[in-house]
Ligand binder design. Structure first.
Ligand SMILES: Cc1cc2nc3c(=O)[nH]c(=O)nc-3n(C[C@H](O)[C@H](O)[C@H](O)COP(=O)(O)OP(=O)(O)OC[C@H]3O[C@@H](n4cnc5c(N)ncnc54)[C@H](O)[C@@H]3O)c2cc1C
Ligand SMILES: *[C@@H]1O[C@H](CO)[C@@H](O)[C@H](O)[C@H]1NC(C)=O
Ligand SMILES: *[C@@H]1O[C@H](CO)[C@@H](O)[C@H](O)[C@H]1NC(C)=O
Ligand SMILES: *[C@@H]1O[C@H](CO)[C@@H](O)[C@H](O)[C@H]1NC(C)=O
Ligand SMILES: *[C@@H]1O[C@H](CO)[C@@H](O)[C@H](O)[C@H]1NC(C)=O
Ligand SMILES: *[C@@H]1O[C@H](CO)[C@@H](O)[C@H](O)[C@H]1NC(C)=O
Length: 622
């Protein structure tokens, strides 16, 4: 077995340079040099599988396409059953930066991100160059779980019950959430949480350490002032309140699906993996049996096109963007569009027709800087030595609030509980703290706006708040932009096409304004930044008009897209593609609605479960 020792990366000077390039802090150079010599002993090593050598025509029992949130557990479970399984991933290994929680923001938009372009609807994302909303997705082992913000949230139980699809209620999915959960911090939760957790699953998760930022406790007190309950565990009975959430973190390092599943000895010896291998379509025989895939393998200096065969089944787990693209390239999609592109239609299905995504306006408040924080170089040294300190955390981002905006009393400035609907959140409010001088153009907004923020950030810190619409009404879509499989598909998020999404944002903005006006914030000279947006009314003249317009300029995606190969019209409840045999979809594209929370947890549960569905049918193919 050839396997690479991942930790060795850390020994090379190259890696230190990579970190430097990625970090927003150029000041780190001396400290990296200083500790460089000691890295080898300090940074624990782990082993990810190497690519297996492949020949055209090779066959396996199962092929799983996409090593992300869902594909990795799906392939690992199938391989552990004793079957021969090939896991196909377009990207390569995640790099050292993915291990450091504190620099999570630098991964979005990096070389590990597909950096998909989007098509504008002219009424959202107006502040970005070419009005293109950013639409990140991970491209490496672990997929988006290698670059995401590491928040472990399952959503609301009703998200699953309300689907009304047999086998997809909360009670059906719960065992799969529990199966993979390796919670290290059960002792820090109230005992009422026990039935909702498992401590021995493959994905090690836990609380982030102390971010050592005084804004952390201050922010909690601010929300408490508005009568938000403190919620110890959003993954237990109630989701409502301000919470210090659990993360995909263990001993100060990110736990992606790659790190968790693909480093298991039993998985390494059972599973075959091919990296830098872009699936370009599914091969169907004359009877619409999926019998293999086409793929382009990027070797050092050539691109090889291979046909790889599956004796039993193929599972597509290329994500909400990748999966519909592969389906449509294979003739599985809306007939009229496939006709237009000259692709023979094998199954006329509404693939790509609904793209649903969490969306928020980026709101900034300027606040007095925290004075207790350690210097950036000190933080890096501490992480490198023993994975502690602020870089072992995601800072203020592990504070998240879930609430129903209809249960907020604007006059009294408090969250109320006057109906059972108040248990169903309509909004997630995310929090981020940017220390003085850290504002980067990498948030994607155009120069005129970036300059205003950089100026605000010169002497003061910025709080970045995201009042996220959990159940948007707007629907977008994914289409093929070209029959060239290596071209990106056309992604049309169509944010804010429905004004009700702006209404909800507005309700959230009022709460953000009140938060910034709480005594906790006021004494720290907090104030909302009213960006000058050409084309919008002045805030002073027309508050509501200003914010409605602002939402259309500062539109941002929380990167949770679902819905492009829905349960029902595209796949059956066992995730089999209608009209085709031996082909399943296992990733977020199957969800007909976006859960009221972050989405990696359900992606992993879907991956765990599809293996059971597949193995139940295994006798059909012998
Ligand atoms: C920047 C960012 C931050 C996020 N923050 C959070 C968070 O804090 N908490 C949370 O729960 N969720 C978060 N999410 C969302 C979450 O990570 C995703 O919803 C989840 O990982 C989706 O799982 P998936 O299996 O559907 O797709 P992915 O995890 O995206 O995996 C798809 C995989 O398929 C591969 N692939 C695609 N096309 C092909 C092809 N043609 N051939 C071969 N391989 C292909 C991709 O490279 C990728 O590895 C975030 C996402 C992003 C991008
Ligand atoms: C957006 O505006 C451009 C330029 O006017 C136009 O070509 C395009 O069709 C518009 N898109 C939509 C969805 O309205
Ligand atoms: C906890 O995880 C272990 C390991 O995956 C599994 O065997 C066990 O069934 C899980 N417990 C529950 C309650 O799901
Ligand atoms: C391989 O394909 C990629 C496009 O995906 C291209 O950029 C690259 O130049 C190709 N390499 C070779 C050696 O043909
Ligand atoms: C609950 O309180 C909110 C905020 O005051 C109010 O808007 C709403 O109408 C109330 N709902 C019920 C059912 O009383
Ligand atoms: C708040 O700002 C005022 C002037 O704008 C200043 O005098 C005061 O010292 C500031 N307060 C704090 C706590 O920094």
């Amino acid at each position: 077995m050839v396997a690479r020792t991942f930790g060795k990366f850390a020994r090379s000077r190259d890696t230190a340079i990579i970190i430097l390039k990625m970090l927003p802090w150029a000041l780190l150079l001396p400290s990296i040099m200083l500790v460089g010599g000691n890295l080898a002993q300090e940074l624990p090593e782990y082993v990810l599988p190497d690519s297996v050598p492949l020949e055209d025509g090779d066959s396996f029992d199962y092929i799983v396409v996409g090593a992300g949130g869902a594909g990795t557990p799906a392939a690992a479970r199938l391989a552990l059953s004793g079957a021969s399984v090939l896991l196909v991933e377009a990207g390569g290994d995640p790099n050292l930066n993915t291990r450091i929680p504190g620099i999570y923001l630098t991964l979005h938009g990096s070389a590990l991100d597909w950096q998909y372009p989007t098509v504008t609807n002219n009424i959202s994302c107006l502040s970005y160059s070419d009005k293109q909303c950013r639409f990140g997705r991970g491209k490496c082992l672990g997929g988006s779980t290698s670059i995401n913000f590491m928040m472990y949230v399952r959503g609301n139980h009703r998200d699953y019950d309300e689907l009304g699809i047999e086998g997809w209620a909360w009670k059906d999915l719960k065992p799969f959430f529990l199966k993979y959960e390796g919670l290290q911090d059960l002792d820090k939760l109230p005992c009422t949480s026990i039935p909702y957790h498992n401590t021995s699953g493959t994905m090690k998760i836990g609380f982030f350490g102390d971010s050592e930022n005084s804004w952390h406790s201050r922010t909690i007190r601010g929300y408490r002032y508005l009568n938000f309950p403190f919620n110890y565990d959003v993954n237990a009975k109630s989701q409502i309140g301000i919470s210090h959430i659990i993360g995909y973190v263990n001993e100060g390092e990110r736990m992606s699906t790659a790190r968790s599943y693909l480093t298991r000895d039993d998985v390494i010896s059972a599973l075959k993996v091919t990296k830098n291998t872009h699936c370009t379509g599914v091969i169907l025989d004359n009877y619409n049996n999926a019998i293999g895939i086409k793929a382009v393998v990027k070797d050092e200096n050539q691109n090889r096109t291979l046909q790889l065969y599956a004796r039993k089944e193929i599972v597509l787990s290329a994500g909400t963007i990748g999966t519909p693209q592969i389906l449509m390239l294979s003739g599985i999609g809306p007939a009229s569009q496939l006709h237009d592109l000259g692709i023979p239609v094998r199954a006329d299905l509404p693939v790509g027709d609904t793209l649903i995504e969490h969306v928020y306006p980026q709101i900034y408040a300027s606040v007095n800087p925290d004075t207790s924080m350690s210097s950036q170089s000190e933080a890096m040294e501490r992480w490198l030595y023993d994975r502690t300190g602020p870089l072992a955390t995601i800072g203020l981002t592990d504070l998240t609030a879930f609430f129903n905006t209809r249960c907020y009393d604007v006059g009294q400035r408090k969250l109320v509980y006057n109906s059972s609907d108040c248990e169903i959140p309509t909004m997630q409010l995310t929090n981020l703290y940017l220390d003085v001088g850290l504002h980067q153009e990498n948030f994607g907004v155009n120069e005129a706006i970036a300059q205003q923020l950089t100026a605000e950030n010169e002497k003061k810190s910025l709080m970045y708040l995201g009042p996220t619409v959990l159940r948007p009404f707007s629907r977008g879509n994914i289409r093929l932009a070209s029959i060239d499989p290596l071209q990106n598909p056309s992604i049309f998020p169509n944010f804010l096409a429905d004004e009700r999404d702006v209404d909800e944002m507005l309700r959230g903005i009022t709460i953000v304004e009140h938060l910034i006006e709480t005594p906790e914030f006021k004494v720290q000279n907090a104030s909302i930044v009213h960006l000058k947006l050409p084309g919008c009314p002045e805030y002073e003249d027309d508050r509501e008009g200003y914010w409605r317009c602002y939402c259309r300029y500062m539109t941002t995606s929380l990167l949770h897209a679902v819905g492009t190969a829905r349960l029902g019209p595209v796949v059956d409840p066992q995730q089999r593609v209608h009209g085709v045999k031996r082909l399943r979809v296992a990733d977020l594209s199957v969800l007909p609605e976006v859960p009221r929370g972050n989405t990696a947890a359900v992606a992993i549960a879907i991956g765990e479960r599809v293996a059971d569905f597949v193995l139940k049918d295994t006798d059909k193919y012998t």
